[in-house]
Write a protein that binds this ligand. Structure first.
Ligand SMILES: [Fe+2]
Length: 239
């Protein structure tokens, strides 16, 4: 059965307030067709990266960009280092090759839910800091509201460290307690994989980029694996 991108967009639009993740199999389409369809959407915008509206995720596409290699890549939220974080990520497989470098998705909402009230209060005082693609320092709160569901979620970049907000330095009673808490959250996230995607050609994986972290494992070099990565944000004024 042929599934058209405008139908995928319409269904996503209708479930956007609590969208989690979804896989659509055997969706034969093209880069141009996806771009044209999203441009015509009344709700979604395609966000432009330094390499345009679509990123080619392939081992040798960019030798210094580890996010595109087939090697393991730590759990993360995409694009934290930009001002606007895309709400939805699309990964479209045009060549699965060995299919060994699978993608995992992890529900951060569930992990944050399991925290005790005082742990949640502690986490609200922290931010994650990391170095972005532009080699500058960036920070995000350790706890935020998912802009789609407003549930508490946590962000994470692939390489990060914690820091208290500057005005809190003097009030920090014991940094060690915070480090223990962040380790606990990190361990819980690592062990709470919600879904592992063994991709096949023409699979489209859609992920709520704020609520879910994703990461990639690695067993062997996957030279020909080729994914198209699109970043969609929701124009709230148009819902
Ligand atoms: Fe990613």
């Amino acid at each position: 059965m042929e599934i058209k991108i405008p139908i995928v967009l319409k269904k996503l639009e209708n479930s956007i307030s609590d969208f989690e993740y979804q896989v659509i199999e055997d969706l034969e389409t093209s880069e141009k067709s996806i771009i044209d369809s999203v441009k015509q959407s009344s709700v979604f915008n395609l966000m432009k990266s330094f390499d345009g509206l679509v990123s080619h995720v392939k081992q040798w596409a960019n030798p210094i960009d580890k996010s595109r290699w087939s090697k393991q890549f730590n759990m993360h939220t995409d694009w934290l280092y930009y001002k606007d974080v895309p709400e939805i990520i699309w990964l479209y497989c045009i060549d699965s090759w060995k299919s060994k470098a699978t993608t995992f998705v992890i529900d951060t909402k569930k992990v944050i839910w399991e925290l005790l009230d005082d742990e949640l209060d502690m986490l609200k005082k922290l931010q994650y800091s990391y170095i972005g693609r532009d080699w500058k320092f960036h920070s995000r709160p350790a706890i935020e509201n998912d802009p789609l569901s407003w549930a508490f979620i946590t962000n994470m970049s692939a390489k990060w460290f914690i820091s208290p907000y500057p005005y809190l330095w003097a009030k920090m009673p014991d940094m060690f307690d915070y480090i223990k808490l962040v380790k606990k959250v990190h361990d819980k996230l690592s062990s709470s994989i919600k879904y592992e995607h063994f991709r096949k050609k023409w699979d489209l994986l859609l992920v709520n980029n704020n609520r879910y972290l994703h990461w990639r494992n690695w067993w062997e070099l996957d030279l020909n694996r080729h994914l198209l990565r699109f970043r969609l944000n929701v124009d709230a004024s148009r819902i």
